[in-house]
Design a protein around this ligand. Structure first.
Ligand code: TNX
Length: 671
């Protein structure tokens, strides 16, 4: 059973102005946020990642105070999660029941075999049917139900992501979805070593990634600049190794930090509740200055042999802190017994706290001038044996497939090189396959979320080494993990991962700005069936249209993201509760507007007051910066009615691509 944590997803705070506009209580009008085209044909809803099969029909289910969630076959925990997910935005506390006479107003969650999931190799699939008989979600596993719930949430209007109630009609278009993943490993990596992030930040990213059916969270816990989790018996690792970051020594914005083991376990549980496996990584034998600086002088440690200076095989002896982003200078010595005492404790303790199948030993970027290939391979082989001894599969950057390494078949190499096809730079991939290893694909020019989007964009964040002209969503979407390196096919590839290296990412807002909208592109490559994905292919155009619909969700959730110019982000409007009372003249916030990348000044609002008069509304909100998307906007309007009464007010907002679907609110002005 998953551990149920509520509220699970989308619990971020709104931009202040929008929160004020939304936090005013019950709905006064329930206009629909329309998605269907006007010609009677149903437009397939915008689901990311794209389902294996989706058939839209005309009509819609409406979620309201009559809706019950019926959990059958043991679906109770997921049903409770769904009720909790829907609570804040809808203001509804939907009852969860284990049985009841079926009603067409019910959402049914069934743990059972729908008979449509023959292609589901990973027991993560689901069948979702929305029709005149209600909503029925069926899956063979709780993970499948969880995935189906993510789809159902995307079928609801974007304000469902809001942490406060929004007065819209909660409609779900009629649809039949059969869905299951292409790969079993769909990951995101966060580097909390270069810049520390607390457990709460990682939990936010878990929320955000789980919404796109990402199921692996790879945690890069140690690097030259910091060691981030307490290890019993080695207090220096955090007391010394946990105190810096990239930039320390001249940049007071960048304090370090570390997690206690209880905090680590809490994040493991949080991930599990979102059907995500946590993969711990302590990078070795390179990227290790923080461990070396911590233990080099740890002469009083009874676990070490009195003089642990022999762990240091770095280019500097004695070692010195280097808080730049430099790489390739530090290494642990494979011949040192102290190296193994330290690594065995780290591996043993992290393995014991991590229920998932993998332990990642890193293994990247150790130049032969620092450790010969022979010494490097000796270390990797011995360490992989320790990992296996703790019942874990060894994983590492694809460098671990190099000459002299021999890892148990099924060990995982993460391919990060930019090289493709059969060029010589692909050797780590082909070597991994030759050695019977599995491969996770993260070619840096398609999957490194720390790379800039475009030349100089964003100006303040991101590296360029893999993307010197930038890597926007097109670059993240238009490639095939199973056909990138010749000979590295789906026989070996187990999945795909986006890597958020954090040399330049100081805050969690920075992390989000780089992860979104590119992480959903990778999530789709990991989940959806193989397709022809190129700059001119229909699949890419279709993806962009579905991605565009996510922007409003992120804005209602209060997330930061890059409003990529590759995407035509729609302007969408939702009614606010103007809290109308007898006051006259009316002066109220009437609607909220999502318009990613559009300045408030480029939007105009018209308010039809329902009494035969119209006037302009005011559009206000938080402007974008070089590393933050603009906030949701609020539309305000003021009007003096001639008579008390009940008036239907229509708000139309026009953006650069034309008018958005108008919304209505009802006012009851008195005199
Ligand atoms: C390369 S690729 C690294 C990281 C850096 C990253 C920055 C690899 C396995 N290592 O140490 O943070 O580039 O993009």
């Amino acid at each position: 059973m998953p551990i149920t944590l509520r509220p699970a997803r989308w619990k971020l705070s709104l931009a202040a102005g929008a929160a004020a506009a939304l936090a005013v209580g019950v709905a006064v009008a329930v206009p629909h946020i329309a998605t269907a085209s006007g010609d009677g044909t149903a437009t397939p809803p915008a689901i990311v990642p794209k389902p294996v099969s989706i058939a839209a029909a005309t009509g819609q289910f409406t979620l309201d105070k009559h809706t019950r969630i019926i959990a059958r076959g043991g679906a109770g925990d997921i049903a409770a999660d769904l009720a909790a997910d829907l609570g804040p935005a809808t203001g509804l506390q939907l009852p969860v029941a284990a049985s009841g006479n079926p009603k067409d107003t019910d959402i049914n969650l069934v743990l059972g075999d729908p008979g449509t999931l023959a292609g589901d190799r990973f027991a993560e699939g689901y069948q979702l049917d929305v029709s005149a008989s209600g909503v029925t979600l069926t899956a063979r596993t709780e993970h499948g139900l969880f995935n189906g719930v993510q789809t159902l949430l995307q079928l609801l209007p974007a304000p469902v992501a809001s942490p406060v109630a929004v007065p819209v009609a909660w409609t779900v278009p009629y649809v039949h979805v059969t869905d299951y993943p292409r790969y079993g490993y769909r990951g995101v990596m966060l580097d909390i070593a270069r810049h520390y992030e607390p457990p709460s930040a990682v939990e936010k990213l878990i929320d955000q990634a789980a919404a796109y059916k990402v199921n692996v969270f790879h945690l890069h816990l140690s690097d030259d600049q910091g060691f981030r989790v307490a290890i019993d018996g080695f207090p220096n690792l955090t007391a010394i190794g946990g105190q810096g970051s990239v930039g320390t020594g001249g940049n007071t914005m960048d304090p370090g930090g570390f997690w206690t083991q209880d905090q680590y376990r809490e994040v493991v549980a949080y991930a599990a509740a979102h059907f995500m496996t946590l993969v711990p990584e302590v990078d070795t034998p390179g990227h290790n200055n923080a461990i070396i600086m911590s233990e080099y002088g740890d002469t009083a440690n009874p676990l070490l042999n009195g003089d642990p200076r022999d762990v240091n095989c770095s280019t500097k002896n004695p070692p010195v802190w280097n808080y730049t982003g430099a790489v390739g200078y530090s290494a642990l010595c494979p011949e040192s017994a102290n190296t193994w005492t330290i690594l065995s404790s780290i591996i043993g303790q992290l393995a014991a706290m991590s229920p998932g199948p993998y332990y990642d030993l890193g293994g990247d970027e150790v130049p032969a001038t620092v450790l010969s290939q022979e010494r490097y391979a000796a270390l990797v082989n011995q360490e992989a044996g320790i990992v296996n001894g703790h019942g874990k599969t060894a994983m590492g950057w694809a460098d671990i497939s190099g000459a002299g390494t021999q890892l148990a078949p099924g060990s995982v190499a993460q391919y990060w090189q930019t090289a493709s096809g059969s060029s010589s730079g692909t050797v780590s991939g082909t070597q991994a396959v030759a050695k019977g290893m599995k491969v996770v694909m993260s070619p840096a020019n398609h999957a490194y979320l720390d790379q800039k989007y475009a030349r100089g964009v964003p100006s303040s964040l991101g590296l360029t080494w893999a993307c010197n002209r930038g890597c926007d969503v097109d670059q993240f979407y238009n490639w095939d993990p199973g056909n990138y390196v010749t000979g590295v096919t789906d026989d070996s590839v187990i999945g795909v991962e986006g890597a958020l290296w954090s040399e330049t990412l100081v805050t969690f807002d920075n992390v989000d700005y780089m992860a979104f909208p590119r992480l959903p592109a990778l999530a789709e490559l990991g989940w959806s069936p193989a397709d022809t994905r190129t700059a001119t292919s229909p699949a890419y155009q279709d993806f962009l249209a579905r991605l565009a619909a996510q922007g409003a969700r992120w804005q209602y959730a209060g997330m930061n993201f890059f409003p990529s110019p590759k995407v035509v982000w729609p302007v969408t409007v939702a009614p606010a509760d103007p809290a109308s009372g007898p006051q006259q003249p009316v002066d109220a916030t009437l609607a909220t507007v999502s318009a990613p990348g559009v300045p408030a000044g480029a939007l105009s609002a018209t308010v039809d007051w329902g009494d035969g008069t119209s006037s302009a509304g005011t559009v206000t909100g938080t402007a974008a910066t070089a590393s933050a998307v603009n906030g949701l906007y609020a539309v305000g309007g003021a009007h003096a009615y001639g008579h008390p009464g009940t008036y239907q007010v229509t708000i139309t907002v026009t953006g650069p691509t034309g008018p958005a679907q108008p919304v209505e609110v009802t006012l009851h002005p008195g005199n």
